[in-house]
Design a protein around this ligand. Structure first.
Ligand code: HEC
Length: 263
């Protein structure tokens, strides 16, 4: 019964199929850019710049438990700026809790002779290391995304992604797919996974293991988008409905049309 008002793509006017096709083309391109954006904003947080890993996701939301930015820099790009003994002094100072007192005695002279030539504020893109406050900014524990940031991104995602999937699944609703539960599952999936994705951000901030939920949600969302996109495009232009359904003008057959009239 619920099938009676189903119209397959082939029953829609050419102009409507054009609207759907162009919408899918632009949304598909948008999805690719969204994935690039995820890559550029997360890849490399774990120190390996060319790949996106679960560790990257964990650091983005939970922060890094091991190194501060100062240590990471001194092990990486800044390693050549000072002799190893002096570097060890800085590491020990970070481990001991970065007290202002020992900063004045041990760290300040090193920083002044080795670092401030570049880190004196003359280059706005470099951290300024001319004061105790400036240096300790680089030694605060990296706590990942802040709650206000997560809240901001959450509401943008919830609204934005609901719009996108409302549009895509309204188009996909015209596809012929059996069993019906599978079609319904594919339609429901992105709406459910955007919720699990966003709640997992907050959980990952507290418990880093939840990074896998973020990855899983994103993967299922992408899978559902891909299926809806491909099936819609294909059925819109290349697919021929089975004959018994075709006869009803794209509407699925009401089992025994005569019967319905009789009842
Ligand atoms: C010759 C100039 C130069 C000197 C000297 C120098 N740096 Fe840097 N530093 C840079 C540049 C350029 C960057 C940014 C590019 C990069 O990260 O490779 C940077 C980046 C950094 C960062 C930021 C990394 C991040 O997380 O964004 C820290 C921390 C840092 N330097 C610490 C130091 C310390 C400590 C010293 C002294 C031992 C030092 N630098 C000496 C040029 C210098």
């Amino acid at each position: 019964m619920s099938n009676r008002h189903f119209y397959h793509f082939s029953a829609l006017p050419m102009s409507m199929r054009m609207v759907y096709t162009m919408t899918l083309l632009v949304l598909g391109t948008g999805y690719l850019f969204a994935m690039l954006q995820v890559f550029f904003s997360h890849a490399g947080l774990d120190g390996k710049p060319d790949s996106l890993s679960a560790e990257d996701i964990r650091i983005a939301y939970h922060g890094s438990d091991s190194d501060t930015r100062l240590e990471t820099a001194l092990k990486g790009p800044m390693a050549g700026m000072l002799p190893p003994e002096e570097r060890a002094v800085i590491f020990a100072w970070v481990k001991d809790g970065t007290s202002q007192e020992s900063y004045g005695q041990k760290i300040k002279p090193i920083v002044e002779s080795r670092c401030v030539a570049c880190h004196d504020g003359s280059n706005p893109h470099l951290p300024v290391l001319t004061s105790y406050e400036g240096v300790t900014k680089m030694t605060a524990r990296d706590e990942g995304a802040t709650i206000p940031t997560l809240v901001r991104v959450s509401h943008i995602h919830l609204f934005g992604i609901t719009f996108i999937f409302f549009i895509v699944s309204s188009i996909f609703a015209h596809a012929y797919m059996r069993p019906l539960w599978l079609k319904c599952a594919i339609i429901m999936l992105p709406f459910l996974t955007i919720l699990t994705d966003i709640f997992s951000w907050y959980l990952t901030k507290m418990y880093p293991g939840f990074a896998w939920f973020i990855i899983g949600s994103g993967a299922l969302m992408g899978l559902s988008f891909a299926i809806q996109w491909i099936v819609s495009m294909w059925q819109m232009w290349f697919y021929r409905l089975p004959d018994e359904i075709q006869e009803c003008g794209g509407a699925l057959p009401v089992l025994g049309r005569a019967d319905t009239r009789d009842v």
